[in-house]
Design a protein around this ligand. Structure first.
Ligand code: THU
Length: 140
């Protein structure tokens, strides 16, 4: 495993411990790696009005935008609870794929996504998860 990959997954795991998920009890952590080495994390944030829940990836992207980032996204790690379901790696939900595509598209990158499961880390690119994506370049 590369150092970057290890660090990114560790950051996502650490982020998951800060999740606010009292309704689903499903803690998710996401970590974004940028081309300058910066890592920005997010957790899911649930709400008593259930439909207002925000996913971990979405929070991480919002934080990145809030820090002025507009591209440069090279990798993402996502981790859910490893003791739930069949332990297979979770992948970003559809909305999160589109949200990730916004910041990736601004910098013209196709980040690798490390989807962390109980026994494996599945590596896919964002373009594989969201083929034929609509993005910022369509509005030029
Ligand atoms: N969740 C994420 O944070 N990211 C995903 O990509 C899928 C789902 C969260 C939302 C909710 O708080 C919990 O997982 C259960 O759906």
């Amino acid at each position: 495993m590369s150092k970057n990959k290890d660090q990114l997954i560790a950051a996502a795991r650490e982020a998951a411990t800060k999740a606010y998920a009292p309704y689903s009890d499903y803690q998710v952590g996401a970590a974004l790696l940028f081309d300058d080495g910066a890592i920005i994390t997010g957790t899911n944030v649930e709400n008593a009005s259930y439909g207002l829940t925000v996913c971990a990836e979405n929070v991480a992207v919002a934080r990145a935008f809030g820090e002025g980032r507009r591209g440069g996204l090279t990798a993402v790690a996502v981790v859910g609870p490893l003791d739930k379901g069949d332990g297979s790696p979770i992948t970003p939900c559809g909305r999160c794929r589109q949200v990730l595509n916004e910041i990736a598209g601004l910098g013209g990158t196709d980040p690798v996504i490390y989807c962390v499961g109980r026994d494996e880390v599945r590596e896919v690119t964002l373009a594989q998860l969201l083929p034929h994506a609509f993005g910022p370049s369509h509005l030029d």
